[in-house]
Ligand binder design. Structure first.
Ligand SMILES: *[C@@H]1O[C@H](CO)[C@@H](O)[C@H](O)[C@H]1NC(C)=O
Ligand SMILES: *[C@@H]1O[C@H](CO)[C@@H](O)[C@H](O)[C@H]1NC(C)=O
Ligand SMILES: *[C@@H]1O[C@H](CO)[C@@H](O)[C@H](O)[C@H]1NC(C)=O
Ligand SMILES: *[C@@H]1O[C@H](CO)[C@@H](O)[C@H](O)[C@H]1NC(C)=O
Length: 175
C-alpha cells in the first residue's frame, strides 16, 4: 500500500513544484527615451534622475535604444543571448505588471516597466497634467511562460482623472 501511495504522490509533488517555480513575469526597466549622449548612460541611475522619495516611477536597469526608438520588448524576450532576467521581475501574488509612460504632444518621453502593487483593475489609465504632459499607466496580469503583458499595452480604456497613479506602491518596485 505505501508503495502505491508514493507512486501516485511523487508525480503530483513534482507537478506542484514545477507550478511553484513558474511565476509569471513582468518587464522591469526604464527606457529613457531620446537621450543626447549615449555614452553618458553609465553615470545615470534612478536616484540621480528622480531621487529617493519621488512619485516618478523608475526601474533599473536604465535602457537606451539605437535611434531612441521605443524598446522592442518582443525582441528582448526572444533574444537568447541577452540576459533577459535583468529586465524582468516576478509577478508574485498581489502584484500586477505596470507600464508607465510619459507622453508629451503625442511623443513618448520615457517608459517604466515594473511589477507593483496596484489597487486597480486591468486597463490603461491616463492623466493629463496642466503642463500638457500625459501620464499613462497600463495595468495587466501576465501568464506563465508567455511574454510579460506589460510589453505591449493596447489603450483599451482611458479612464481620465484616475487616482491609480497615486495608488502605485513604489516601495514594491524593487525586483
Ligand atoms: C559624451 O559623454 C562622454 C562621457 O561622459 C564624453 O566623454 C563625451 O565628450 C560626450 N560627447 C559629447 C559629444 O558631448
Ligand atoms: C520621464 O519623463 C518625465 C517628463 O519629462 C520626467 O519628469 C521623468 O523624470 C522621466 N522619468 C525618468 C525615469 O527619467
Ligand atoms: C541579442 O542581444 C545581444 C546582446 O545585447 C545583441 O548583441 C544582439 O544583437 C541581440 N539579437 C537580436 C536578434 O536582437
Ligand atoms: C482598494 O480600493 C478600494 C476602493 O477604493 C478600497 O475599498 C480598498 O480598501 C482598497 N484596497 C487596498 C488594499 O488598498
Amino acid at each position: 500500500m505505501p508503495l502505491k501511495f508514493h507512486r501516485l504522490l511523487l508525480p503530483l509533488l513534482l507537478f506542484a513544484c514545477q507550478l511553484l517555480a513558474e511565476i509569471p513575469q513582468c518587464f522591469h526597466f526604464t527606457w529613457l527615451g531620446a537621450y543626447a549622449n549615449h555614452s553618458n548612460i553609465q553615470s545615470e541611475s534612478c536616484e540621480s534622475r528622480v531621487g529617493d522619495f519621488n512619485e516618478i516611477p523608475c526601474a533599473e536597469p536604465l535602457v537606451l535604444t539605437p535611434d531612441d526608438t521605443v524598446p522592442d520588448v518582443k525582441a528582448l524576450w526572444q533574444n537568447n543571448t541577452e540576459d533577459r532576467d535583468n529586465y524582468l521581475c516576478q509577478m508574485s501574488p498581489g502584484r500586477s505588471c505596470v507600464k508607465y509612460s510619459y507622453i508629451f504632444k503625442g511623443g513618448i518621453q520615457n517608459i517604466t516597466y515594473m511589477c507593483a502593487n496596484v489597487n486597480s483593475t486591468n486597463g490603461c489609465y491616463r492623466q493629463t497634467h496642466p503642463t500638457g504632459m500625459v501620464v499613462e499607466a497600463c495595468v495587466c496580469t501576465s501568464r506563465v511562460g508567455l511574454i510579460p503583458c506589460n510589453g505591449c499595452s493596447k489603450s483599451q480604456s482611458a479612464v481620465l482623472g484616475s487616482l491609480l497613479l497615486l495608488g502605485l506602491s513604489m516601495a514594491n518596485n524593487i525586483a
